[in-house]
Design a protein around this ligand. Structure first.
Ligand code: MN
Ligand code: MN
Length: 464
């Protein structure tokens, strides 16, 4: 061992490194070009349904076919399972037996947003509006006075489905939640922050010109419904069997003079879903079967039949296992999973919520989080030292830029991911994801180098 303090520190201390300082120019260029693809995807896909349609198309182009239970698939076969258009599993069969387990990359493709209520449309004082019910954890005041677009599906009586996407194209109208002018906000500003805008105040402005003929009430609403009827053939009752959602209509863009970061809606968690899917599409001949799960409903606790608290992943693995005459649990017990979800990036404007030695930093790479949860590790998968050891080894062997970080200080709050639901199946799981600034805001920020590091990490996991 060296007697030189500088060298000794380098050998013994742990400090994550800033990739912008240590990465070769060529690799930084690769990261930037990878992110151009990600930004295009993020602009196109603002809901889980749009993300599933996008990845299903990419998968088909890459030779994936719909999985058929009972079929025998040879190594190298590529199959997918589309769960109700809101979640998708991509699989490439490996050379080794399923007896040795599978490698699972799991990310979610739903993001916080404003859903329309089942009976949303009304007119008040000559303006037409939609009532909403917010989805996921949001600071409600952030969703006022920004342009919004409308996405989703309407299922008419009889089953005909209409796909809605208004507000993304240049000529499209947009929608907005109005807020009070500061001049008249004295009382509003005395409310506590969660109440500055209340759930029932997240009303969407959708029109103002009345239907001109006849003497009737609610003529603005009537005129809007007439327009919708002409365009989509729908009547008001059709909203009852619809899933319509308002999301920020701001285009994805570079952030900073140096263009090192990306601003946009829905990084959480499409910033992990995209790299995981790209890694899955690139893995043509894996040693171990690789399973990429892009799931729904994480933002509301993974509930529902497209969320990972449901049995869809377990049943899928059981069907895979049956191919070799194995029980699903035997495969799951030998399997490993990266729960690919974002973490909070350290924000120098709000340093108090993080403990600096265990925080994730922009440009320090993909963040490996042993446990999430809150208080005394409540609501978490706590990855084992053994699995952390394997993860660390394959990341370092592949020269992936990575760091560790907790989601904030002990007792500052906290949050969970899908990790614990997959761990409940008997799988070894750890959280791995991209650090985000302004998480859950309508416009979130990530670092390009970190997005690329996530892609490298998911690829390394498949290949190790
Ligand atoms: Mn997330
Ligand atoms: Mn989230």
């Amino acid at each position: 061992m060296s007697e030189n303090a500088k060298e000794l520190k380098k050998a013994l201390f742990y400090n994550s490194e800033n990739g912008a300082e240590t990465m070769e120019d060529g690799e930084i260029r690769e990261a930037d070009s990878f992110c151009a693809g990600y930004m295009d995807f993020l602009n196109r896909c603002r809901t889980e349904r749009e993300a599933v349609a996008y990845f299903e198309k990419k998968a088909r182009e890459a030779g994936f076919t719909p999985f058929i239970a009972g079929e025998k698939y040879a190594p190298g076969s590529r199959v997918y399972y589309n769960n109700r258009g809101k979640a998708i599993i991509l699989v490439t069969i490996g050379r080794r037996s399923l007896r040795e387990g599978v490698r699972i990359n799991a990310a979610h493709i739903d993001s916080p947003r404003l859903d329309l209520k089942p009976n949303p449309m009304y007119e008040d004082t000559e303006l037409a509006l939609f009532k909403t019910h917010y989805y996921g954890g949001i600071k409600k005041y952030q969703w006022t006075a920004i342009p919004l677009s409308l996405h989703g599906v309407i299922v008419k009586k009889g089953g005909e489905k209409v796909i809605v996407n208004i507000g993304e194209d240049a000529g499209d109208p947009r929608f907005v939640v109005t807020d009070l002018l500061p001049h008249l906000a004295d009382e509003q500003m005395k409310r506590t922050a969660p109440q500055i805008i209340r759930g029932e105040e997240l009303n969407i402005l959708i029109g103002s010109r009345p239907f001109k003929c006849d003497d009737e009430s609610e003529k603005v609403k009537l005129n809007i419904l007439k327009l919708l009827n002409e365009k989509y053939g729908i009547i008001e009752k059709d909203f009852l069997s619809a899933e319509l959602t308002l999301v920020p209509a701001m285009p994805v863009c570079d952030i900073g003079f140096d263009r090192s970061m990306i601003g946009g809606y829905g990084h959480d968690d499409r910033v992990c879903a995209y790299p995981a899917a790209v890694a899955a599409l690139a893995a043509t001949d894996p040693e171990v079967t690789c399973v990429t799960v892009l799931t729904d409903k994480e933002e509301i606790g993974s509930e529902g039949n497209t969320g990972l608290k449901s049995a869809y992943l377990r049943y899928f693995i059981e069907d895979l296992a049956a191919m070799e005459g194995l029980a699903g649990r035997d495969v799951l017990a030998k399997s490993e999973c990266l729960s690919a979800d974002v973490n909070a990036a350290f924000d120098p404007t709000f340093p108090d919520v993080n403990e600096r030695r265990n925080a994730a930093y922009i440009n320090h790479g993909v963040c490996v989080t042993k446990y999430t949860g809150s208080r005394g590790k409540g609501g978490t998968n706590d990855a084992s030292a053994e699995f952390m050891g394997r993860v660390r080894t394959f990341l370092e062997d592949a020269d992936v830029l990575w760091q560790t970080g907790e989601l904030g200080k002990v007792d500052a709050g906290g949050g969970g991911t899908v990790a614990m639901y997959i761990a409940n199946l008997g799988v070894d799981v750890v959280d791995v994801g991209v650090p985000v600034l302004s998480m859950h805001a309508p416009f979130e920020v990530v670092s390009k180098l970190d997005v690329y590091a996530a892609y490298r990490a998911f690829s390394a996991f498949i290949a190790y």
